[in-house]
Ligand binder design. Structure first.
Ligand SMILES: O=P(O)(O)OC[C@H]1O[C@](O)(COP(=O)(O)O)[C@@H](O)[C@@H]1O
Ligand SMILES: [Mg+2]
Ligand SMILES: [Mg+2]
Length: 334
């Protein structure tokens, strides 16, 4: 077996100084914290059945969802590693009701960034050994350096993100991120504990033919979504549409990015704004989707233009190949 001679994630960041409009060292310090946390979470995901980190944690999170032990474990790991890098002044997480202000041991001024995170995405898959992930979104703070971080630093529209990414803990552990200059994927070599560039310049294929949606909620879908599904299921021709649903946003998104497809989590009668959270699921995935030539909307509005009003607000989410998102938007507008 010969390994392809490729760049490490660290070398990639240094080589592309121009990809980060601020001091590259600051981004590499944030990504190095995320890399470290990802390796630790990956290690525990891979042997969760041998550790006491499967099953319910016994509490609910702010979303009213039963926290899994691995949700809590991953959350603690990401928050601890991000807190020690002296460039992050605040973290908001799916698993914490409020944001966490991080006091810099040095001068407060060095901490210019806030990170929003879904530490463990796809929680329903943990106990059944199906892939899960992590999603992160990075902003520059908007309040003055040297002052305490405030909610305003977190409630920024998605087009202000300076970087965003996701990790899939799957058959491989892959970290995919963007800083607004395209999308690149890195695969972890667990033998040496290093991420290597494996998916340079990722782009959605021109046409998508895969749709990912939980059809168990069909009766609650908006009419436009029902019409779109009927369209997908009735199209004749050379390449019929295919339904694929893993149940973890990161994994469904990643497959659609590689093969061409759309992920839909619409509003439903019992969830008027859908299930996914704008700040740490939809915005980062929308940033990546647009950078890879795709599109992301709530069925009507560009996700990245939505002005947030609360940390855990939910939005309907249509994200993936541009042709597929635009087609379903046509049905939503009828
Ligand atoms: O089980 P459902 O309702 O289809 O929802 C699945 C969706 O919910 C999520 O698991 C929500 O994310 P969390 O697991 O981080 O709460 C997505 O990853 C996934 O796409
Ligand atoms: Mg999630
Ligand atoms: Mg989660």
């Amino acid at each position: 077996m010969t390994l392809k001679p490729v760049q490490t994630l660290g070398e990639f960041i240094i080589d592309r100084q121009d990809h980060f409009k601020y001091a590259t060292g600051e981004l590499s310090r944030i990504l190095s914290a995320i890399r470290l946390a990802t390796k630790i979470v990956n290690n525990h995901v891979n042997m969760a059945g041998l550790l006491d980190i499967l099953g319910d944690h016994g509490e609910e999170n702010v979303q009213g969802e039963k926290q899994q032990k691995l949700d809590v474990f991953a959350n603690n790991i990401f928050i601890n590693t991000l807190s020690q890098r002296e460039v992050v002044c605040g973290v908001a997480s799916e698993e914490n009701e409020d944001f966490i202000a991080i006091k810099s041991s040095k001068n407060q001024d060095s901490s210019k960034y806030v990170v929003l995170i879904d530490p463990l995405d796809g929680s329903s898959n943990i106990d059944v050994n199906v892939s899960v992930g992590t999603i992160f979104s990075i902003y520059r703070r908007v309040t003055p350096s040297g002052t305490p971080v405030t909610l305003e630093d977190f409630l920024q529209p998605g087009h202000k993100q300076v970087a965003a990414g996701y990790v899939v803990y799957g058959t491989s552990t892959i970290l995919v991120y963007t800083t607004g200059h395209g999308v690149n994927g890195f695969t972890l070599n667990p033998g040496v504990g290093v991420f290597f560039l494996s998916h340079p310049d990722m782009r959605f294929p021109e046409k998508g033919k895969i749709y990912s949606i939980n059809e168990g909620n069909y009766s609650k879908f908006p009419t436009g979504v029902k019409k779109y599904l009927k369209y997908c299921q009735e199209v004749e021709g050379d390449r019929p549409y295919t339904s694929r649903y893993i149940g973890s946003l990161c994994s469904d998104f990643h497959r659609n990015l590689l093969k061409g497809g759309i992920y839909i989590y619409p509003s439903g009668t019992n969830s008027p704004n859908g299930k996914l959270r704008l700040l740490y699921e939809c915005n980062p995935m929308a940033f990546i989707a647009e950078q890879a030539g795709g599109k992301a909307s709530d069925g009507y509005r560009r996700i990245l233009d939505i002005e947030p009003t609360s940390l855990h607000q939910r939005v309907p989410f249509f994200c993936g190949s541009k042709d597929m998102v635009e087609k379903v938007e046509e049905f939503m507008k009828e």
